[in-house]
Design a protein around this ligand. Structure first.
Ligand code: ADP
Ligand code: MG
Length: 288
């Protein structure tokens, strides 16, 4: 049976906008020493805005963005929404068919008879598209585009770090978390930049969902690590399931992430991870 004090802990957490799916996770939370976090939507707002559109040779800016936005209309990714919103020409000149979304990379499809590919550097490398390498050093998220398998330009997109992200990391360290790790599908340079700004101990970028799982498996292989993973997206579900405590950002998070998680943060504030650890700790003191 579950000691009665745990119900008090679940109640206190719930008042703070933190849902524990069971008392056992409250107990497990007190043992967590490593917190692994997703970037987009977890530490950053996940609300992207197009900053610049650079069409390569052979296309006007309107043709270029028209092709890309027809494709992105078929995706639910926050990047896709930003591109569609930025397309001034909404008169349906361009229509996409055969659209495929490749998780952690981008989209491919046919637009008005042209093969269009829009995604990150990994996607371009996997498809042997040689693109303008200066794009790699742009310190913001970029979507690189190929039309008929030839590099056709890029789109610069900006996301913002959440207001409480730095405090989140500081509070976790203050509550006994020895290691805070950030894993991202975004460019390594961006991941490292944000991590050093936030005081995160270790960051890796350019990761596919399966790469994130591999990182977690490596951390789990060390028996002294008790790991919480914090994420929001459908692509985070394998990591949420694999970690000792899976924590979903529930406010804007995907239903799949909420379903598989053990703990749900309803306010979308990463600082609530430290709050959850603190409540778990004080509950334990009452129970024992
Ligand atoms: P994160 O790990 O930061 O939450 P994701 O795994 O959701 O990021 O996406 C990783 C990367 O894949 C994005 O930064 C982007 O470069 C690319 N990407 C994913 N979906 C799309 C899309 N619909 N259009 C263009 N690029 C995309
Ligand atoms: Mg995410």
């Amino acid at each position: 049976s579950i000691p009665l004090g745990y119900f008090g802990g679940i109640g206190a957490a719930s008042k703070a906008g933190i849902l524990f799916k069971g008392a056992n996770y409250l107990d497990l939370m007190t043992k967590v020493n490593t917190v692994v976090m997703d970037k987009t939507g977890t530490l950053t707002k996940g609300v992207f805005k197009v900053q610049d559109v650079v069409a390569g040779a052979g296309f006007t800016k309107e043709e270029f963005i028209g092709h890309v936005s027809a494709l992105e209309k078929m995706s639910n990714h926050p990047i896709a929404k930003a591109i569609v919103d930025s397309d001034a020409d909404k008169n349906n000149i361009y229509t996409a068919t055969d659209v495929h979304e490749i998780s952690g990379q981008g989209l491919t499809g046919k637009v008005n008879g042209n093969e269009v590919m829009a995604g990150n550097a990994k996607m371009m490398q996997n498809n042997h598209i040689s693109y303008d390498k200066s794009v790699d050093s742009i310190p913001e998220t970029t979507v690189i585009v190929a039309i008929n398998n030839v590099y056709a330009g890029y789109i610069i997109i900006a996301d913002e770090v959440k207001e409480d992200a730095a405090r989140a990391v500081k509070d976790m360290h203050a509550n006994g978390i020895g290691k805070v790790v950030m894993l991202s599908g975004d460019k390594s340079s961006i991941a490292e930049n944000i991590a050093s700004h936030l005081g995160i101990d270790k960051a890796s970028g350019d990761l596919l969902p399966e790469d994130k799982v591999r990182h977690l498996e490596e951390l789990k292989a060390n028996n002294s690590n008790v790991i919480a993973f914090v994420g929001d997206g459908i692509n985070d579900t394998p990591s949420l399931a694999l970690s000792d405590v899976g924590i979903a950002m529930g406010g804007m998070g995907s239903d799949a992430a909420i379903e598989v998680a053990d703990v749900i943060i309803q306010t979308d504030q990463p600082s609530k991870v430290a709050t959850a650890i603190r409540i778990a700790g004080s509950t334990k003191k009452i129970v024992y």
